[in-house]
Design a protein around this ligand. Structure first.
Ligand code: TXA
Ligand code: MG
Length: 316
């Protein structure tokens, strides 16, 4: 059977081919500074349905909409003064804002999974920027099969999703997904730790409201994608592992060398960049299990530990 899966270059011709595919209602995997996203026009219900089908994603889990700038964002959502401050400081960049959806916003109902809010992200990556400017708002979750390890390289996308064209711009610079913040009347809530640290947010805005990241379907969904098991390799994952068994692939950090290390110097930014790549490597190693060294829980460590805990969680 002929495969539609193909690699596009991150140049003018590759971006033009991707834009044509998206405009016609197709899907394209697109690099961002966090992870690769699986993009479709946000205003095209059939195209968006294609994202859910390709990922095997449950339809109650809404998608992030990518915009090129504040003007495009304001056609889709209502910005409070606090939302405006956050966007001005962190966009373009790895911050996603969950905001009230504007009435009549050209976003397919499936994108927001029936919520009154919409998650907006203005990525800094030149390829995503160019496509959104050209095609308009794009819905784009991470380009992996639902519940599996996120992709930070084109090869990870190809290994996880069949029949999807991928623009290959090399490894992602941040390596963990965007930080998701819900902006509410009384303040903001951290829905997902990510590439913008809480410390960076707190330098600009006051402390967050208590988080509710673990709300399940039917309980008033806040970040429905924050399911306990996620980012799961095929093998069981064991955390806080200073030593490993012979049948485990050991991911090191700092003084724990392991079979491969997140960062020999204990650098959390380097660890974030390597996290998903090493989980993919560990998964492909054929070892019976994966053991991961302790990683401190501050700065980017919050996002890294969040992903590791979900990778290690009992599978549903
Ligand atoms: O870095 C990223 O954010 C990447 C790149 C591709 O942009 N995208 C990404 O998308 O991580 P995804 O679908 O893997 O995760 C998006 C999360 C999910 O947990 C989803 O439930 C949540 O955002 N989300 C989307 N819309 C929401 C909304 N209106 N309210 C609350 N959570 C929402
Ligand atoms: Mg994801």
């Amino acid at each position: 059977m002929a495969s539609k899966s193909r690699i596009l270059a991150p140049d003018v011709a590759g971006i033009a081919a991707a834009a044509a595919c998206l405009r016609a209602g197709g899907l394209v995997a697109v690099p961002t500074e966090t992870v690769y996203g699986l993009a479709a026009r946000a205003d095209d219900g059939a195209a968006v349905a294609g994202i859910y089908a390709a990922k095997g994603r449950p339809s109650f889990n809404p998608l992030i909409v990518h915009v090129a700038d504040m003007a495009m964002a304001q056609t889709l959502a209502v910005f409070s003064p606090l939302a405006q401050v956050l966007a001005e400081r962190f966009w373009p960049g790895p911050l996603t804002l969950v905001l009230p959806r504007r009435a009549g916003a050209p976003v397919a109902a499936l994108v927001t999974a029936g919520l009154e809010t919409v998650a907006l992200r203005c990525a800094a990556h030149a390829v995503m920027q160019a496509l959104v400017r050209d095609v308009g708002p794009l819905a784009a979750p991470s380009a992996n099969a639902s519940g599996r390890i996120s992709p930070t390289r084109a090869a990870h996308v190809l290994a996880s999703l069949a029949d999807v064209p991928v623009i290959d711009a090399g490894p992602c610079a941040a390596g963990v997904e965007s930080t998701i913040v819900a902006v509410e009347a009384e303040g903001w809530r951290l829905l997902r730790a990510g590439a913008v640290t809480v410390e960076e947010l707190m330098a600009v805005v006051r402390a967050p409201l208590p988080g509710r990241a673990e709300v399940g379907p039917g309980e008033g969904i806040i970040a429905p994608g924050m399911m306990e098991s996620h980012y799961a390799p095929q093998q069981p994952v064991r955390l806080e592992a200073v030593t490993a068994q012979p049948d485990e692939f050991h991911i090191g950090f700092d003084t724990v060398a392991g079979d491969a290390t997140l960062s020999a110097s204990g650098d959390l930014a380097e660890a974030a960049v390597r996290l998903f790549d090493l989980l993919h490597t560990a998964q492909a190693s054929g070892r019976a299990g994966i053991a991961v060294a302790p990683v401190p829980n501050h700065g980017l460590g919050l996002a890294i530990n969040d992903r590791l805990q979900r990778a290690a969680a009992p599978r549903g």
